[in-house]
Design a protein around this ligand. Structure first.
Ligand code: PLZ
Length: 444
């Protein structure tokens, strides 16, 4: 395909990791904190589209997009052009000292495309964690309340507050406390593991009862929820769950924050995954990852009255909304507006879902196939049970890596494989990756 600068083909030239990667990895172990992990220690030299090329000349099919970041594709030409022009013009002022137009333009576009037809404002930050932190700050300021509720299997980041908001102790929190207080974890709707036939409304009632009894509605500033959980294993709540929660929150003056850091910006075939339940309209949305083609940027967008509730100077940060990142984001967002990107996510869903469902029919180790758009996962179990099968995931992930396919695991029990390809991956490349996965499953 001529749109690509690197042939969109898998090529395994050495053992994985190859000799040069191994050499770099040895250096890394001497230089880099061992607290920083490495899912696949092949050192990447360059990339394009959905292909990562390592220092040994291996070409990997990227089914992870750097955990959902380069949704627009690696080295997207629009991003390259925008960043190159901006970096030569202006790299920093600090928006709260002397502003620049690109920051405002990103906010305008986000205000236009996030759910809800109310008046909106946005603020820009650097990481997903920082966006979540700021959404909680604003919800507390607006409501004058302190408590927040989060969900089982959630992931919200690595800062002190967000560590307390995550479900999993390992690897995110173990030994890193004491943690922020005033965070309550409530039951999520998890259709694959909930009692069979449990509706979204019933699951919401379970969560609401928990919040009423544990916290008291009048003490809650915010409910923070991922409309499709990311690290938790691409769990989509049962239909009606999000709406029932939001309705209760509204009755009780509680701010609803949709954490769309992983699910947002075209990933699921909509601008935001919240839109899959049209009656669910969050008050605030947190955004990061896919927004700037790999450049560093995050945002909180939502109701103007909440976003404006802070005194001037209460919200900010040195690098938030950096001009180069903002230029990249404008390019990405304009490409989505121009059309074709959302459709690509839907196309990917078609290929992944049909092949993975067919695999599930033949291999009962696949307990569930789920997700939306280009955010699809399989949950592996001991056949005939709901017992998580993380050993099978480890074996499969390794098989894929050895054969030039980068897949990521996920899930509270480590028994989920998630697929988050760049949205411009071709059907041929996707099918080749699925052939590798199929071989691996057959060999289990
Ligand atoms: N909210 C929903 O998915 C980041 C974590 C990778 P940051 N998920 C990937 C890792 O191991 O650190 C994430 C998310 C949701 C918030 C975050 C946090 O975003 O940009 O990593 O801070």
């Amino acid at each position: 395909m001529s749109e690509f600068k690197i042939a969109q083909e898998r090529k395994v030239a050495t053992s994985i990791p190859g000799p040069k990667s191994q050499e770099l990895h040895a250096k890394r172990l001497q230089a880099v904190s061992h607290g920083v992990g490495a899912a696949l220690p092949v050192y990447i030299d360059h990339a394009n589209g959905a292909i990562l090329v390592d220092v040994d000349g291996n070409h990997f099919i990227d089914l992870g997009s750097g955990i959902g970041v380069v949704s627009i594709g690696h080295t997207n030409q629009g991003v390259i052009d925008a960043v190159s022009a901006q970096v030569a013009k202006l790299t920093h002022t600090l928006f709260t000292v002397t502003p620049y137009a690109a920051y405002v333009e990103v906010c305008e576009i986000l205000n236009r495309h996030t759910p809800g037809d109310f008046e909106k404002r946005s603020a820009l930050f650097n990481s997903g964690s920082e966006a979540v932190e700021n959404a909680v700050k604003l919800a507390r300021k607006f409501t004058g309340r302190g408590e927040i509720a989060v969900f089982d299997h959630a992931y919200h980041g690595r800062t002190n507050l967000t560590m307390a908001m995550n479900f999993k102790n390992m690897p995110y929190a173990d030994g890193f406390g004491p943690f922020a207080s005033s965070v309550t974890h409530v039951p999520m709707s998890y259709p694959f593991r909930d009692p069979s036939g449990m509706t979204g409304e019933e699951a919401a009632k379970r969560a609401i009862t928990y919040m009423e009894k544990r916290v008291g509605a009048k003490n809650l500033a915010a409910i923070v929820i991922e409309p499709v959980q990311g690290e938790g294993g691409f769990i989509s709540p049962a239909a009606g769950f999000l709406t029932a929660l939001a309705t209760w929150a509204k009755e009780n003056g509680i701010v609803v924050v949709a954490d769309e850091v992983q699910s947002g910006i075209a990933r699921t075939g909509r601008w935001f995954a919240s839109e899959w339940e049209p009656t669910f309209v969050p008050d605030l949305v947190t955004i990061a990852k896919g927004i700037a083609g790999g450049m560093v940027l995050s945002a909180v967008t939502g109701r103007a009255d909440i976003m404006d509730s802070s005194h001037a100077g209460g919200i900010g940060g040195t690098f938030g909304g950096n001009p180069v990142s903002a230029a990249a984001a404008i390019s990405v967002l304009q490409q989505i507006e121009a059309g074709g990107v959302l459709e690509n996510a839907t196309r990917i869903e078609g290929v992944l879902m049909s092949r993975l469902k067919a695999l599930q029919a033949s291999y009962p180790v696949i307990g569930d196939v789920r997700g939306r758009g280009a955010m699809i996962a399989i949950e592996l179990v001991e056949p005939g049970t709901l017992n998580p099968n993380s050993a099978a995931v480890d074996t499969l992930v390794k098989h894929c890596h050895q054969n030039g396919v980068l897949v990521l695991n996920a899930g509270t029990y480590g028994n989920v494989i998630r697929f988050l390809p760049p949205l411009n991956i071709s059907d041929a490349l996707l099918n080749d990756a699925l052939d590798v996965l199929t071989e691996g499953i057959a060999a289990l």
